[in-house]
Write a protein that binds this ligand. Sequence first.
Ligand code: KIV
Length: 272
Amino acid sequence: MSATAKNSNKVTVATLKKFKQQGDKFTMLTAYDASFAQIVDQSGVDVILVGDSLGMVVQGHDSTIPVTVDHILYHTQCVSRVVERALVIADLPFMSFSDTSRALDNATRLMQEGGARAIKLEGGGHVIPVVEILAKHGIPVCAHLGLQPQYINKLGSYRVQGRLEEEGARMLDEAKAMQDAGADMLVLECIPSKLAKEISQSLTIPTIGIGAGVDCDAQVLVLYDVLGISFGRIPKFSKNFLTEAGSIEAAIKSYDSNVKQGKFPASEHSFD
Ligand code: KIV
């Protein structure tokens, strides 16, 4: 098979922007190993995130803080080795992008050694220079606003962000600044649905919601929550799709089709 034929089916950041222009919703789901990644890829999910959530669901930590670039690299290799269609995004973990030079070095490793085709990073206005330099070097960037789990030691708890008017206005400004800096998409985590809708309508790049309501351009969940195998409490914004579906494949397909039909998230999974 020629390289062109092999690549023709692959989801790229351009595909995701086209989905937004056409008003077609798309899906992102986390995966951390080859077996699950293959099922997720074959179920029609468009983007696979090797998220630093692996620190909690795979490694058993109570936060994402202990996750290192080497951990993300290992799991990105496991995933990208088998994925054929979905866009594989690797997360930059805590402190791995504290300045532009660290960010460039670590993103380069995740792409060259890990096989990631895009990079995600948490943070507001202060990460704009990082987004800008990655984008300038041809690295597709997924920005992440709202609840940022890497700030747990400052926040004290995982709670909804942007409820105050001034916080919401700042988030909207930061979202526009991310786009202007060259971000290709934006995760919005745990924010009021109304704010997520306003941000989504103000941007040309797609927004990907988790606890951000149905009006985002796409949705993301942690795979283990979708399969109901998380220890501890399942977050309000998530849903166990396995109970009704009966098999892992059917559960992931159900998540994918419910998002694409605008049926998930429902109001009980969203915040005012
Ligand atoms: O690390 C992760 O899995 C994430 C998603 C939940 C957005 O950041």
